[in-house]
Design a protein. Structure first.
Length: 88
């Protein structure tokens, strides 16, 4: 039995923590408040939501661009479709 620790073959990348999703939710709540309370809340909420969503997506694109393009495979690649039985 092999008790040695093996080197990982695939890496999992986790995004960095961000306040942008919370700011986007705050902006959307401001838009909703602007509908029912006072329209400047809606305008401020829309600006906050748009800025937060744009920065959130730009940050995601930047993180994807920094990832390695290929990972080393150490296992066999499985076929996408199971093989069929030959017809007689």
């Amino acid at each position: 039995m092999d008790d040695r620790a093996h080197e990982p073959t695939e890496l999992v990348y986790i995004p960095e923590p961000s306040w942008y999703p919370a700011l986007a939710a705050f902006g959307l709540a401001g838009i909703l408040a602007g509908i029912f309370v006072w329209f400047p809340y809606g305008i401020i909420g829309a600006v906050v939501a748009v800025v937060a969503i744009v920065r959130m997506f730009r940050g995601g694109v930047g993180e994807v661009e920094r990832m390695p393009r290929r990972q080393r495979l150490t296992t066999a690649v499985l076929p996408a479709v199971p093989p069929r039985k030959p017809s007689p």
